[in-house]
Design a protein around this ligand. Structure first.
Ligand code: AMP
Length: 179
């Protein structure tokens, strides 16, 4: 049983890789970006609030995101492990809810490559301003969390500049998966 976290800045390709790996291992995948995108489509006060926050490139408040993820996890079969993409994003979020990861994959990529990649996408939160904001938040809030996992000895570095296929095979090698 493997409990995996995919961490890295916006545009690092971690979501694509998380999807590929969860399919390969046949274990559930939880993507908080997707959970919040679903919430943002709801015609409720919460949905509207989430949508406005996402369009600015800011983070949803810790309690809302922690509760949403906890709820989704509680309904799933986690007996063979899981892949989480996007939570926690700060030490505060880890304190609020700790899924107990075995391994954290840290996707490394220069900002210039992120900008180039994301401006090709068509998402509402992929404007240059929102991308810069998300990168800033990543360095300020998520990097201390990544350092924490490094101290615990469960952090593995992934070179996120390679092709999708190359990155996936690097991940499988790092996780010592055969085939
Ligand atoms: P992502 O697809 O992971 O880049 O997430 C897209 C957006 O969803 C983020 O910019 C946040 O607004 C929101 N989001 C996803 N995960 C979290 C989280 N752990 N904490 C707060 N906001 C989040």
């Amino acid at each position: 049983m493997t409990k995996l976290l995919f961490a890295g800045p916006v545009g690092s390709g971690k979501s694509t890789q998380a999807q590929l790996l969860s399919q390969y291992l046949d274990i559930p995948l939880f993507q908080t970006g997707q959970i919040t995108r679903d919430l943002s489509k709801e015609d409720s006060p919460l949905g509207k609030r989430v949508r406005a926050i996402m369009e600015r490139g800011e983070l949803i408040d810790d309690e809302t995101i922690a509760e949403s993820l906890k709820q989704v996890l509680s309904k799933a079969d986690l007996s063979r492990g899981f892949v989480i993409d996007g939570y926690p994003r700060s030490l505060e979020q880890l304190d609020l809810f700790n899924p107990g990861f075995d391994i954290v994959l840290n996707f490394k990529i220069p900002d210039s490559v992120v900008l180039e990649r994301l401006l090709k996408r068509q998402r509402v939160d992929d404007t240059p301003e929102a991308i810069q904001k998300r990168l800033k938040i990543y360095y300020e809030q998520t990097q201390p969390l990544v350092k924490h996992f490094k101290t615990l000895g469960i952090l593995k570095k992934i070179d996120a500049q390679k092709s999708i296929e190359e990155i996936q095979s690097e991940i499988r090698k790092v996780l010592k998966l055969n085939g």
